[in-house]
Write a protein that binds this ligand. Structure first.
Ligand code: ZN
Length: 230
């Protein structure tokens, strides 16, 4: 049996998404050492945290949080890179489960009815093979035991990177980009958790929150897997 495992490892090597070292047989996706050192953003239980302040006077969702702090070339950076560019959707699911545990055990966050991932443009999703935010959402769903809707929101217009634009340019850039399929909203749904991979300017989440608020009477919450450290 061990010989078979060794042979399988040679044929299909398994590496930690955080530190890129080989995984032991009992480890999955991320090694024990990295899991113990996950740099948590510690925002979930903080009222008026920095991410919530980002939306004051604009979309003003009920609550906003992020799970991990992402530094340049750090462990979380490697995980996000593997999730987005190396066809490792299981990284999103694994970290999503842990994020869901943080939300589930939070004294501050209430029970929520539905999880909605920020959609990708269909061309982008085809190129990547999947929507990474959907896999994070599925992980969170596993911990919170609430459903995910992958088609309540869709993305219609292709947008380019936001980071070099001003705040108003970023808003114009995401205006009318997303579309809501109102018939996909489950009856009786009163609260939605919007899920994204990384929160930077907040413009993408803002556009989705405004669209959901305009077209539903649900309370909107937002959660990103990672927030870059300055
Ligand atoms: Zn590791």
């Amino acid at each position: 049996m061990k010989a078979l495992r060794d042979l399988l490892f040679v044929l299909f090597p398994r590496f930690c998404a955080g530190c890129k070292k080989p995984l032991y047989t009992h480890e999955h996706v991320i090694c024990t050492f990295c899991l113990m050192r996950l740099p948590r953003a510690k925002l979930t239980n903080t009222a008026d945290n920095a991410l919530e302040r980002l939306f004051w006077g604009t979309a003003a969702p009920e609550m906003v949080t992020a799970f991990l702090k992402m530094s340049r070339k750090g462990m979380v950076h490697h995980c996000i890179h593997a999730l987005k560019y190396n066809r490792r959707p299981e990284v999103g699911r694994k970290l999503g489960i842990l994020f869901g545990e943080e939300l589930r055990t939070s004294q501050r966050w209430p029970a929520i009815d539905l999880i909605v991932p920020v959609p990708l443009h269909p061309a982008k999703e085809k190129e990547r093979g999947y929507n990474q935010s959907l896999h994070i959402a599925m992980g969170i769903s596993e911990s919170l035991r609430i459903p995910v809707s992958a088609n309540l929101l869709t993305k219609r217009r292709y947008t380019h990177t936001q980071t070099k634009k001003s705040r108003s340019q970023r808003r114009d850039n995401v205006d009318n980009v997303f579309h809501i399929n109102r018939n996909k909203l489950p009856p009786g749904c009163t609260s939605i958790l919007l899920v994204d991979d990384v929160i930077t300017t907040g413009a993408t989440l803002e556009a989705c929150i405004l669209l959901l608020k305009k077209n539903t009477s649900c309370k909107i919450y937002a959660a990103a897997l990672a927030v870059p450290t300055k």
